[in-house]
Design a protein around this ligand. Sequence first.
Ligand code: UTP
Ligand code: MG
Length: 698
Amino acid sequence: MSSTCEITGLSEEQVAQWPHIHAVLTGGDLPALSESANSYSKDLDFTIASHRQPKGEEKRREGLITHLERSLTTRFKGSNLIVFGSSKTGLSLKGGDLDLCLEMPPKDQKKTVKRISGMLRSQGMESVQALTRATVPIVKFIDPRSGFMVDISINNTLAVHNTRLLSTYAGLDKRVGEVTKCIKHWALHRNLSDAAEGTLSSYAWSLLAIQHLQMEGLIPNLQTGKDRTFVEVDGMEFDLTMDTDAKGNDSKASLAELVTSFFHRYSNWDWSEQVVSIRNGSPLTRESKGWMNEEPSAITIITTKKQKPGRMGEHHLCIEDPFNLDHDLCRVVRPEGEMRIRDELIRAAAMFANGAKWSEICTTVDPERLSNLEPDDLFHDLRTKSDDDVKNMRDKVAGELDSLEMRIQALEDERQVTIRMAKAMRGVIEETSDLRKEHKTTIQGLSKRNKEIDSIKNQRDVINTNIVIPLHMIEDELSKVYKRLTTEIDIHRVPSLNREKEQFSWFFELQAMHAKGREASEHHQRFIQLVKEQKSEIKKLKVFESEHDETTAKLLAEEPLLKDKDITTNEARSYDRRVVNIQKALRTRRGELHKLRREAGRLDAWIRKKAGGERGRGDRRGGDRGRGKGKGRGSKSPREKAVSNAPMTLGDISGLLSALDSTDEKKEKKISSKKAGMRKLGNLGAHRGNRGSYKKKE
Ligand code: UTP
Ligand code: MG
């Protein structure tokens, strides 16, 4: 059985997990400030250089923003798309996300977020997630063309303002951006900057960096000044005062000194008393802020024996938002996250003090997690493979591509047919020239019968609204009145003349009603008969349709995405649903197609590159070894890289895949010509007409 620490209550395993914080909590010394900070200069410079945007990335980012701006502002009239976050502040690491804010008149934000995600899916964006429960609803997705991860939030006004504040800080001195990037790089690799996973957001790490630089005297506090600017956001007033003309202070501290002192500062930070506040320019006390150190603490929760230890108190690693003063950025931090953050800060400071390498300090925790970030070298997994292995991989991908294309074609065909079925059942299809003869006759019959059904139903209903008494009651009453009028009269109870007149006129009225009632009943019988016929014809049509193409039918039967989604009735609505399901399956399959094409392109490019390399091998190879500082080396063109063995990035390869892109264009053209064909048919695809008009209203 594992023992428990008497002071902290942590188990042996937990001590092994967080040894540095445990050592401090049990009376160990806090790390000293590194005495050889400047020995880290080169490594830190290299880290900053490695996060420089690759050539062409800016263009791709701009292209994506323009595309999103165009589609969102067309869809949501009166809206405006604003870039915020690190891509605006310049504090972004390579592969960082793109934060966008859609400013628009107040509306149901959750609904808007869902509509945006629908739109993005239809544009082929990947991993689209609508986070409607977040404080600020957000849509997350990946653009498969550029590889950018994008977050779109709505009316995230304060974020736009705090981005401006951070940008202004970054503009004061280039060391602000450099220090922040180094801290963000370390936090990313040590897995400490993921709010969704219970650690701090990247933004929070930027605030920690700014507070540190304020305290080091590198930058002033930009939120001072007598003339205050108040702005109302969502009914609340915020002080957005910001001195955009301020200058940086004349500090001589080097980047390495500022980075090492960052870790020293925060490993020594008294989280039980201090609140990080860039708004104040220096830390506040918890008391002045009213943010007391609340129980249960992280360690209490972690060491509790209870099955459900409850939620951690709100304020532990207090970091005040510069504008939303009630917002403590540690709100997202979970107990394990807090332990890790504190442990890692002490670890890094101690390693600096002991002269460990920067690369060791930043050793990647759980590398799998970062695999979606753009690798430095797109061919890293192919370099150790033989040419035959790569060719086999390419053949395998080609085979998968073929079968996926067939599957997509089958889905396309089925979608077209299902749309026609839905239209046919509503009796709206007019033009059926491209359908087979039997099919055509059946569909025309359906259309005619539908009209007849409507007309008969109308006639029956008109009569029924005029004659409220059902036919069988009219008949009963008729026979009663007839009996009364024709039986022998009891001479002691002779009816009055008026009564006699009334009886006769009631009799004639009943007779007239009876004739109409019978007419309605005949209509009703006919109506039932027609509906039966219609149902049986639709059944035939369904059988016919499912046999319309054996290959398609077989492929569809094997389509797992459509399993359990088949129609159960013969009504038009179920065909509509089927169209929706097919559409969903198509979207997923097209996403897979895109990935496979990209992989095929990558393998092709490698095979070409190897062939080119064989021919041109010589001086060039030596030039690629190591990462020299010479300007020319890092800026080879993709073509140059392709014929040498230089690592290639996603940006480089997109140029080499242009042939592939042109295939895509052809494909897109084909699809749009199909759309035009449908338009000729009256654009009556299930729900399509409605959607079109809805868009216009927006
Ligand atoms: P991020 O955490 O994505 O920060 O928040 P970032 O600076 O863009 O970092 P990377 O490069 O993507 O890792 C994006 C923006 O969201 C706002 C801030 O404006 C931040 O710049 N934000 C984030 C808040 O206002 N409050 C928060 O708690 C988090
Ligand atoms: Mg961001």
